[in-house]
Design a protein around this ligand. Structure first.
Ligand code: PEP
Ligand code: MN
Length: 407
């Protein structure tokens, strides 16, 4: 596991931030790179990517989801690519998100807030620090913010200058989003509050920390995205990620996997949502179909009894990843549907609102998961393009929504 200890402050440019002094899992090794200090200063001086009023607006929309008046669709790439940043790519991704959002809205009869895994989803936690390519051991690919997927030692070196490329790529997406929401608002459409909004895993502390900015009322917000989330591997209470997201005013989310104990989750809720404010905290449950029925009820009951009005969201993908006999990472639509169906059933039995669905989806016709129009493993190779985990294509995603929600 790559992690840095409470670091030597001499390596940090300018004043260390609170969370710089806390340990963090899954961080790049680049603080001795000659461009590190310069890059950090650039990020500290960079314009905020999102405005604090946008963060407040999304928080209000998510409060409506928490109270049962709307739903949330959170979807997009597992890992965004620097080479897919053209206006055409962006338009394709936004239209895929909107059309799935419209479909979900028609199926469940409620407004759907649309949040993309976009404009910053450039960093990946990995289960092993190295991987093998053609018999050679290399550092694992950690997302374009950190290194390249090319299998060579040079390309896999962690390079802090990539944080600036990620920032610039994200800035172009946010410009586009803003224009779109302004057009929708000018047309008098309430669609403006439904999005599109952006979200990514706030993983790289060296990127997120310098982008924490101050609101006019003196509170702090994370200006790198609207909705940051904490992943399953970095949700330890005493470490940097939870501290960082506890500090900011954005709506925040946290992934919860099968090893989480109810008391761990209640502790997280207390840290991230001490005021019990609807819209502040979304819990993204990703147990796997084998564990959901056993693990989910006691967590839901514990959170409810502690009085946290969270948005309950299912991520039925990350607990259902398998390897084919040929070694290809994939997921079965049937396993995904089974976990999500159980999630809906558990909430319904308790009279709680199933706030949302979190999916890994592609805007193009990829062949990465099995089911619907991909009937056999032999088709996976034809358009398997993901940089990390396998995504649903549009037909698979629509079929899933159709199975889950019946008007
Ligand atoms: C992801 O969402 O791509 C991811 C890594 O998820 P998790 O933290 O749930 O494993
Ligand atoms: Mn993933």
């Amino acid at each position: 596991m790559s992690s840095f200890p409470a670091d030597d402050p001499k390596l940090l440019a300018d004043e260390p931030l609170v969370w710089d002094l806390l340990p963090a899992e899954q961080q790049p090794h680049w603080r001795d790179h000659k461009a590190y200090a310069r890059t950090r200063r650039s990020l500290l001086r960079a314009a905020p990517l999102v405005h604090h009023s946008e963060v407040t607006e999304l928080r209000t929309s998510l409060a409506a989801v928490a109270s049962g008046k709307a739903r949330l669709l959170h979807a997009g790439d597992c890992a965004e690519s620097f080479s897919e940043q053209t206006p055409e790519h962006l338009a394709g991704k936004l239209s895929a998100l909107d059309s799935l959002g419209d479909f979900l809205s028609a199926r469940c009869g409620q407004d759907v807030v649309r949040v993309g895994r976009i404009a910053g989803q450039f960093a990946k936690p990995r289960s092993t620090p190295t991987e093998h390519h053609a018999g050679v051991e290399l550092p694992s690919f950690r997302g374009h913010m950190v290194n390249s997927e090319e299998p060579s030692p040079e390309a896999r070196r962690h390079d802090p200058r990539r944080m600036l490329l990620a920032y610039e790529a994200a800035a172009r997406v946010f410009d586009h989003f803003r224009r779109l929401r302004q057009q929708r608002a000018a047309a008098g459409s309430h669609r403006a509050s439904l999005g599109p909004w952006a979200s990514h895993e706030a993983l790289i502390v060296d990127y997120e920390g310098p982008l924490v900015r101050t609101c006019p009322d003196g509170a702090e917000y994370l200006a790198s995205t609207h909705l940051p989330w904490i992943g399953e591997r970095t949700r330890q209470l005493e470490l940097a990620h939870v501290e960082m997201l506890a500090t900011v005013q954005n709506p925040v989310a946290c992934k919860i996997g099968p090893t989480a104990r109810p008391e761990d989750v209640v502790g997280l809720c207390e840290r991230l949502d001490p005021e019990r404010s609807p819209g502040r905290l979304t819990l993204i449950l990703r147990f796997g179909r084998a564990h959901v029925a056993q693990a989910m009820p006691e967590i839901v009951d514990a959170v409810r009894n502690a009085g946290h009005p969270v948005v309950w969201m299912t991520d039925p993908m990350h607990g259902n990843t398998i390897l084919t006999s040929g070694g290809i990472k994939t997921r079965h639509l049937s396993a995904i549907a089974e976990e999500a169906t159980e999630f809906l059933r558990i909430l319904e039995r308790r009279g709680l609102h199933a706030g949302g669905v979190h999916l890994e989806t592609a805007a193009t016709d990829v062949t990465e998961c099995l089911g619907a129009n991909i009937r056999d493993e032999k088709y996976l190779a034809s358009r398997y393009q993901t940089l990390c985990d396998p995504r649903l294509n549009a037909e698979q995603a629509h079929e899933l929504i159709e199975t889950l929600f019946r008007p």
